[in-house]
Design a binder for this molecule. Sequence first.
Ligand code: FES
Length: 219
Amino acid sequence: MYKITLGSMHKKLVLNFTFFGIIIISCMYIINLKVVMDMTKPQEIDVMKPARQEFPKEKYDELKSFIDGLETTKGALIEILHRAQDIFGYLPRDVQLFIARKLGIPGAEVFGVVSFYSYFSTKPSGKHTISVCMGTACFVRGADKIIGKFKERLGIESNETTEDGMFTIKDVRCIGACGLAPVVMVDGKVYGRVKEEDVDRIINQYLGKETANANKVLR
Ligand code: FES
């Protein structure tokens, strides 16, 4: 009798667990399905909207003719994004959507590539772009400490711009001045053999302070 009662209780428990288990799994499936749909749906709809013309039409025309001039657009997304960034300076949402429409691919695919590669920027650069070389020669001579100091001093990360729009930090690969490692380039001007203590002076130079003391020349 005792065994029979225990057996039926066990069966009830198993049935209850199975029942609630199915309900919980179904709910999770529905929630996940909704999240996935929410992630993709707005981007697909946005792609169909005309892009706002924040840039002169000529810039879009230039990008359009570049894309039209390609033998094939298959596998050319990265090349197109590089060209777009050259033309526009960065890759705002509208430009990404323009490319998506032109290639007939989902906006999410373009967004995914842009966000994957740190080279691509979705925000305009600051007035001064500080490019810290992270190539091998510079890295072994402390480029990571140099860029760390710039980040700390300006309170931003790589590919970010200070709130006042003054500086953008970029980590770049070899710029061909390995003999001067570690190398920093600001707006095209090269600073060689940079030390951590030089960081403030370089920044101040572009803030209009200590101009005379901050100069470091390419030798
Ligand atoms: S590795 Fe930095 S300039 Fe070559």
